[in-house]
Design a protein around this ligand. Structure first.
Ligand code: ADP
Length: 805
């Protein structure tokens, strides 16, 4: 099969990862791979026959390289690696692509694509492609090059165009045959065009997928801006109104509002009331100022309006704040900064997984199958009929136009409504608490184990919720040691205000478990009147939960709702697919690896053995390897043995043997710190250095505690709010259940002690016994882990099998 990939419409971070993924997965699966420059415009223009590419310089070393499939070797070295990388389309390497838009590419043409923002193969908006005549030219150009499958990465406009093209295809082929532009044989061969769409859109505005490519990076850019603005706003006691992108979709504004700890947001799906929003907004913001808040952040989506559909612009908000509240107010429009920049971890992972699925979809397509869009739902990569997704997306805009805002919100993914609720509860300051006095609790918060991004954000959200409801939030500083030392203090609404963007642990954290003195722990519960406990941490917190559960029969004071919110960079808590901090950690890893890889370019070719944390769980190493394009990953689950190492050395030698002469290249090996006690990072680095000879050198890098990250990522912050509020709901429900039982019987009720987990897109609480059944307590990880299959994909995307066999 000849597969071509193009990027179209507005650019977004992660589009390059799509191109790389399609090209590499395509080659590995035996396809010929092509790219189309400048989106549909390139398809319409095609290749100028008068401009021929000069034969490329084939000075590869190829020393000692013999592989089972010599054809594969050819595909591998087809490109020259700079052809499409520097945005000048080869002018620097003497092979201009001017006049040629549909280009065959090889493995090395897409090297170095993962860390680059925007789209290196170009994108455009094509008027011609909207016309039948344009699409006829496009069909001719594809058939001329013999291409029979297309991968399109773009927004809903581009995907609509793709479907129009596909449905018209048989007619276009007939027309071309009738006019004699193509032969009968060509017409027969190209009777069907296989198309698959990937959603590249920074707005996250496509239905039937939870996340679109580019949206997480845009959220990163917005949160960086909010974090910077927050400090200057607080210094001058100013208000800032931030306009963010999103014409029909408030996802960016909403998530930025949650992650950035904004005071007020304006989004199209849940518009404020016409004529009343000014007063409502001022009331909310004034209440924050009254308790001493020095800064105000309002986030306005580009397409914001009130309930009568009158647009609300950032300037309108500014005028209201200046005039009614007398605040020194500034407007910041983030504009195109939201599009640009290096893709974050998730915008490397998601497009890679989806690109592989796109190639599989094309290979499985038959003339009868519809065009699919590749999405993600419940943490699984999905295929959905492209037109259904486009139509459902249009329905959101339609619902908004018809002022059916409840429907517009319901058509978004399930997280959307929960994020709205999260924003409401963490930004509002209730004048009168929600709950009657007898239902109010003293809820204690404790951080356990190592710090992880999002711990503070989760605590902040729960504290705000407590105050909204009328509970008393209590900080237990320094874990169980702190409890024994009576280091317990109430937290205030304003006191936690800046915690959203803070890394580390504001409460202080350590690995002490309640078994240090369980009797004393129970007595402190009683002394401080603790009615509920939220433990935020990793495997230690889980172990603490198990110990508290076991002690309930002996100590009635412990018979209160206790919830564990998983937060650990290792992501090793059983059952839950994600724990807070793992996204921040992978972003730190990706940043570090970008810098490390670059340093090889300046000297001679180098293999970097990068050591990661993660305990006995290979999650960070494996997902990090996928997102950085590492060649080899070593995990504790699989261990390391001599046979493996022999193969790995063979792979590296062949890989460097194929490289172009004179060009230094960095390659990464990611090794979990405890993958093997014998083959340490140092031993392996020396081994690769020795074996690399004149082909490559080797260096070791230990990322250590840098992986705990600095500022928590937006995904960890929004996840923190969501999980934290669910934990609070759990505590409230279980407190009611427990209250129905006499104290002596409470220990028999097992429902009140649980872990809050993410499974798919759903947040579920799992009782402690069920958790223990799923836990490998010795190795401190789950008995089954959802991500282990991705190690194979790491190997596939570096053509390991083809090179080693
Ligand atoms: P996005 O893909 O980001 O939503 P656009 O809506 O601008 O961006 O669409 C990108 C391109 O897709 C357009 O310039 C046009 O070439 C093509 N396109 C969009 N809608 C159609 C359509 N209905 N028919 C044919 N081509 C279309």
């Amino acid at each position: 099969m000849k597969i071509a990939v193009l990027t179209s419409g507005g650019d977004s971070a992660g589009m390059n990862a799509v191109v790389r993924g399609v090209v590499r997965a395509g080659i590995v699966k035996g396809c010929e791979t092509w790219v189309v420059r400048e989106g549909y415009e390139g398809l319409v223009r095609g290749n100028d026959e008068n401009v021929q590419l000069p034969p490329y310089d084939n000075t590869t070393i190829l020393k000692d390289v013999t592989i089972a499939d010599p054809e594969f070797l050819n595909t591998l070295r087809f490109g020259d690696g700079t052809l499409l990388r520097d945005g000048t389309f080869g002018h620097n390497c003497g092979r201009s692509l001017r006049g040629r838009y549909i280009i065959r590419v090889g493995w090395d043409d897409v090297r170095g694509y993962l860390p680059q923002g925007g789209t290196l193969i170009g994108t455009a908006r094509s008027k011609d492609f909207r016309e039948h005549s344009g699409r006829l030219k496009a069909a001719f150009n594809l058939i001329k090059e013999g291409i029979d499958a297309l991968v399109i990465c773009g927004g809903d406009g581009s995907l609509t165009g793709a479907d129009v093209f596909r449905s018209e295809w048989p007619g276009l082929v007939k027309e071309l045959e009738t006019s004699g532009q193509i032969t009968e044989a060509q017409a027969t061969k190209h009777g069907h065009l296989k198309i698959v769409g990937l959603v590249g859109s920074i707005d996250n505005d496509m239905s039937m997928t939870d996340l679109t490519i580019g949206a997480p990076t845009a959220l990163h850019r917005i949160c960086e801006a909010i974090d910077s603005i927050s400090s200057t706003a607080a210094s001058h006691k100013r208000a800032f109104v931030l306009e963010v992108m999103g014409r029909h979709c408030g996802w960016l504004a909403l998530m930025a509002g949650v992650a950035g700890g904004a005071d007020f947001i304006m989004i199209p799906e849940q518009p404020p009331e016409a004529g009343k929003w000014q007063e409502e907004m001022c009331k909310a913001i004034d209440s924050h100022r009254v308790v001493g808040k020095r800064k105000t952040i309002v986030i306005v989506a580009e397409g914001a309006h009130d309930t009568s559909l009158t647009p609300i612009k950032a300037e309108d908000v500014k005028n209201v704040l200046s005039e009614k509240l007398n605040l020194d107010t500034r407007v910041t429009t983030l504009g195109h900064t939201q599009r640009g920049g290096r893709p974050c971890y998730y915008d490397r992972l998601l497009p890679t997984l989806q690109a592989v699925e796109a190639v599989n979809t094309l290979l499985e397509a038959t003339p009868g199958t519809p065009s699919y869009m590749i999405g993600i739902s419940e943490n699984k990569i999905t295929r959905v009929p492209l037109m259904d997704a486009v139509e459902m997306t249009r329905n959101v805009a339609k619902a908004i136009a018809e002022k059916d805002f409840a429907r517009a919100t319901s058509l978004r993914d399930p997280e959307f409504a929960e994020a709205l609720d999260g924003f409401y509860h963490t930004s509002q300051l209730a004048t009168e608490p929600d709950l009657p006095i007898h239902k109010r609790l003293r809820v204690a918060f404790m951080h356990v184990g190592a710090p992880a991004g999002g711990m503070n954000a989760a605590t902040r959200a729960a504290v705000r919720y407590c105050l909204y409801q009328g509970h008393i939030p209590l900080a237990i500083y320094n874990g169980f040691n702190g409890l024994l030392d009576d280091n317990v203090t109430p937290l205030t609404w304003l006191g936690v205000d800046n915690w959203m963007a803070r890394g580390g642990s504001e409460l202080g954290t350590n690995r002490t478990l309640p078994s240090i003195n369980i009797g004393q722990v129970a007595s402190k519960f009683q002394e401080h009147g603790i009615n509920a406990l939220m433990l935020i941490g990793g495997f230690e917190a889980f172990t603490a939960l198990v110990e508290l559960d076991e002690a309930r029969e002996a100590y009635p004071a412990l018979c209160v709702p206790i919830v564990h919110l998983p937060a650990t960079i290792s992501n090793n808590v059983p059952v839950t697919e994600y724990s807070l901090g793992s996204d921040t950690c992978l972003n730190a890893l990706v940043d570090a690896c970008d810098a490390i890889k670059q340093s090889a370019v300046a000297s001679r070719s180098r293999v970097f053995v990068v050591e990661t944390q993660g305990g006995k769980c290979g999650y960070i190493a494996t997902m990090g390897a996928l997102a950085t394009g590492a060649c080899i990953v070593y995990t504790p689950e699989d261990g390391i043995n001599l046979d493996m190492l022999r193969q790995d050395v063979k792979y590296m030698k062949r890989r460097y043997g194929i490289d172009k002469k004179g060009k230094a290249t960095g390659r990464l090996i990611i090794r979990n710190e405890v993958a093997s006690s014998v083959y340490s990072t140092e031993v392996m680095t020396k081994m690769f250095k020795e074996e690399g000879g004149t082909l490559f050198d080797s260096r070791m890098v230990s990322l250590g505690h840098t992986l705990q990250g600095n500022i928590p990522s937006p995904i960890d912050r929004t996840r923190a709010v969501r999980l934290s509020l669910k934990s609070m709901h759990f505590i409230e429900e279980q407190a009611e259940q427990l209250a129905k039982l006499p104290w002596k019987q409470r220990w028999t009720y097992k429902g009140a002690i649980a872990v809050i987990t993410i499974q798919g897109t759903k947040v579920k609480w799992v009782r402690v016994e069920e958790m223990v059944e799923q836990a490998d307590m010795k190795n401190r990880r789950g008995k089954t882990q959802w991500w282990t299959k991705y190690k194979q994909m790491v190997e596939m995307l570096v053509a390991r099998e083809q090179l080693v066999n």
